[in-house]
Design a protein around this ligand. Structure first.
Ligand SMILES: *Cc1c(COP(=O)(O)O)cnc(C)c1O
Length: 450
């Protein structure tokens, strides 16, 4: 063992033209420095000196580790349409094209092409939201969580905010309505009990207030859990009547922001944005990437006087949406306007897929793969929408030893496949899989099981 036998950096670089070409000289240089340092350290503990070839192999491994993309396409074979851990809604072709166009070019984001003067970034979305929902005014921010924070900060700081105790929810990832209230400087006032809330609970608080117009009513849609049994809650329409009676307002954190009727697909009816406005909510807040099926965004629609206050608040700048989001959202909303959402927006394609179609896909994958059997199962929408609701579906079910190991092998593919286990069976539900990926799934199963 002699450290002088270690190849020099120059020698390494000269022997690694292809690496220099692929990764650039500075990074390749850094990889060799790293590997040679490591070799010197290891030599001290009695390891042998690596040859030039070994050094190159190790440097290549580091270069790949440093530069390979980590955010990958995965195939969602779980049957969960809005899988939060898998990035919620995949986008429509038109939305992807619009985002690429906006991202790769200069745009008229804040430039009025008619006058040559400064324009407003919200103008590109406002007319669409107005046409779709009838709302006077709108604002797009980073996500629904920031929409809630901005709304409460701009309108409710130092004021009382009434919220039914049954709605003091955690949305997920630590986003808790009571914490956001605190952060915004609003004073949370719970009304009613966990299971029973009635209009009198709300009325009482307005009656007790010195200045009822300064008391704000807040409704948070129960997106990810259900309360069943001995329960009661006033409707949004009833609560907004009470709020308006006292010259106050009602803010509705709707969450999912459905534009289509989920009941049409055999599920419970999820309140739509239009219904929320019709019910008298002064502001309605919802996500761009849940049932709307667009890019991550938070959308606020409602009364102009209130939205003007939101837009003037310093937080508005901190949570504003970027040009690619606005472009993708506009393309997504246009699908609704053209009544083509079910065909063009991937999550609605998944939700509206018929059991027969899914069964046929399972049978095709089953025949190609030569394993498993096709059995009925249930899919869910997920992602903080329609808790407890299921869609009748089909899956390719595989009985095997070491289910966790099989799941891991599927995740390790070049295009990782995420499946699920149910009743000791590995389940592949193609509901949320692009049909062109079916063959890739069959190939993976063949390699793992045959
Ligand atoms: C999902 C959800 C949010 C948070 O939305 P993000 O877009 O994920 O920030 C807020 N409120 C409700 C009721 C929700 O369902």
């Amino acid at each position: 063992m002699n450290l002088r036998d270690l190849p020099s950096i120059d020698l390494c670089l000269r022997a690694a033209d292809d690496m220099v070409l692929q990764y650039g000289r500075p990074l390749t240089y850094r990889a060799f420095v790293w590997v040679l340092d490591e070799a010197r350290q290891m030599a001290k503990t009695g390891e042998g000196i690596p040859t030039l070839e070994e050094v190159i192999v190790r440097a290549n491994r580091w270069l790949r580790l440093w530069t390979d993309p980590r955010l990958l396409k995965v195939i969602n074979a779980t049957g969960v349409v809005l899988h939060t851990n898998l990035g919620r809604a995949p986008l429509s072709k038109a939305a992807i094209a619009a985002m690429a166009q906006a991202g790769g070019n200069y745009t008229n984001l804040e430039f009025d092409l008619a006058t040559g003067k400064r324009g407003k970034r919200d103008d590109h979305i406002g007319h669409l939201l107005h046409t779709l929902t009838g709302a006077e005014e709108s604002l797009v921010v980073n996500n629904c969580a920031s929409a809630v924070l901005l709304t409460l900060s701009a309108l409710a700081k130092g004021k009382q905010v009434l919220i039914p105790r049954s709605q003091l929810v955690e949305i997920g990832g630590g986003f808790r309505v009571p914490d956001v209230m605190k952060q915004s400087g609003a004073k949370l006032v719970e009304i009613g009990t966990t299971n029973k809330v009635n209009l009198n609970d709300q009325l009482e608080k307005y009656d007790e207030a010195r200045n009822p117009a300064d008391v704000i009513s807040f409704v948070a849609h129960r997106s990810n859990f259900q309360i069943i049994g001995f329960t009661e809650e006033p409707t949004v329409a009833q609560m907004s009547v009470v709020a308006h009676q006292f010259g106050s307002i009602l803010i509705y954190d709707l969450g999912s922001g459905a534009m289509l009727d989920t009941a049409k697909y055999g599920m419970q009816h999820e309140p739509t944005v239009v219904e929320a406005l019709t019910d008298g909510a002064d502001l309605v807040l919802f996500s761009g990437d849940k049932l709307l099926g667009g890019p991550q965004a938070g959308i606020v629609v409602g009364k102009r006087v209130l939205l003007d206050k939101l837009k003037k608040h310093p937080l508005a700048r901190a949570v504003r949406a970027d040009k690619t989001t606005l472009a993708g959202l506009a393309a997504t909303l246009t699908h609704y306007l053209k009544d083509e959402a079910e065909r063009e927006i991937p999550i609605w394609r998944s939700i509206s897929a018929t059991p027969d179609w899914i069964k046929a896909r399972c049978e095709k994958i089953c025949a190609w793969a030569g394993v498993g059997e096709v059995i009925p199962t249930l899919a869910t929408v997920g992602g903080g929408s329609l808790p407890g609701e299921t869609l009748p579906s089909w899956a390719l079910a595989i009985r095997s030893e070491g289910l966790q190991a099989s799941l891991a092998l599927l995740r390790k593919r070049e295009v990782p496949i995420v499946a699920r286990v149910e009743n000791n069976l590995l389940m592949i539900d193609p509901r949320c899989v692009e049909e062109s990926d079916d063959e890739m799934i069959a190939q993976a199963l063949r390699e793992i099981y045959i």
